[in-house]
Design a protein around this ligand. Structure first.
Ligand code: CUA
Length: 348
């Protein structure tokens, strides 16, 4: 008995402690944008109501268990007094929850419609989910003042946005169902093959917001992360300028050899490098777009650090180090890896 009590206490402690992380990067209880805050102001009162309902119901159950417990000397042959229905109580416990739910839905419905609305002015971004990474394209259509400047930018894994600007995402999947989720900026939105879904993001303060795929999609579902990088205006202008500046083909040295090798090994058959390799359809690249790769911090679904040369070299040595990776490159010599790295490093 005591052993079980101790086990239960330990289990509860584990649950309590795991919910105690300070500054957790994906804590939806600390929203940092207009849409996430709308959800937050809704869920807080609903949670409080739920707590009162739970206390009331569990309190009644505990009271009944205590009041009608077995006592020494109870006659086990005698049946307890038999009850059949209580109309007043039954009407009460049907109507009361219905009223509570109706009240909650009266506040919830406007928020659902509000979150689904296309904003009046926005920056548009097309998002593709696939096993196991995210692709982004800035069509430059947008509405109002935010549309034009970013036209034609393509990137992967890291989504860059300006702060204080509604971002309107168009979500599509190239294979199975994924779900786009940046918890501090908004709720989840499913990304479904054959369908086009929309979702919105807005960040109030500059920073890096981490997120992930929230729908089980295969072996590396847990490694399908994403980052949303929110820039202030000056930093956003710089990012756009960098992304739109044409890439120079490496003219000589190791990087030029790597450029040749990138072509020989067939890398360009799947990886697009705008201005250099564009044999792949823009809307369905088989692999992440590598344009300005070295302006990013992470790769392969944002699970590896791009600033760590060892990580990228390990990836080139064995792209299967991430389960379910579709990349096939064959065995490379260390010399070839050096050349490829030298070329990739020029993508900035
Ligand atoms: Cu994509 Cu889970």
């Amino acid at each position: 008995m005591m052993k079980n009590v101790r086990r239960l206490a330990l289990l509860l402690l584990v649950f309590a402690l795991t919910s105690c992380a300070k500054d957790a990067p994906q804590d939806f209880l600390e929203p940092e944008g207009a849409y996430a805050k709308k959800i937050d102001t809704l869920q807080k009162p609903v949670f409080i109501i739920a707590v009162f309902v739970a206390l009331f119901v569990f309190g009644l159950v505990a009271f009944a268990m205590w009041k009608f417990r077995e006592r020494p000397g109870d006659d086990h042959d005698e049946l307890p007094h038999q009850l059949h229905g209580n109309t007043k109580l039954e009407i009460g416990w049907t109507i009361l929850p219905a009223l509570v739910l109706a009240a909650i839905s009266a506040f919830t419905l406007p928020v659902i419609f509000d979150l689904a609305d296309e904003p009046d002015e926005y920056l548009a971004v097309d998002v593709w989910g696939q096993k196991y990474w995210w692709g982004y394209e800035y069509p430059g259509e947008g509405n109002g003042q935010y549309g034009i400047e970013s036209a034609g930018i393509r990137t992967a894994n890291e989504l860059h946005i300006p702060v204080g600007v509604p971002v309107y995402l168009t979500l599509r999947s190239n294979d199975v169902i994924h779900s786009f989720w940046a918890p501090k900026l908004n709720g989840k939105r499913d990304v479904v093959p054959g369908r086009t879904h929309h979702w919105k993001l807005e960040a109030d303060v500059p920073g890096v917001y981490s997120g992930q795929c929230a729908e089980f999609c295969g072996t590396s579902h847990a490694f399908m992360r994403l980052k949303v990088v929110a820039h202030d205006q000056a930093s956003w202008d710089r990012w756009v300028a960098t992304m739109q500046a044409p890439l120079e083909e490496p003219a000589s040295g190791l990087a030029a050899e790597g450029f040749e090798l990138f072509l020989q090994k067939g890398c360009a058959g799947c990886h697009q490098v705008d201005g250099q390799f564009e044999e792949v359809a823009a809307d369905a690249p088989a692999a992440p777009n590598l344009t300005k790769l070295f302006t990013r911090d992470c790769f392969a679904g944002c699970i590896y650090d791009l600033n760590d040369r060892n990580e990228l070299e390990a990836w080139l040595r064995d792209p299967q180090r991430k389960d379910g990776s579709l990349m096939v490159i064959g065995e490379l010599t260390e010399d070839e890896i050096d050349r490829l790295y030298a070329y990739l490093e020029t993508l900035r």
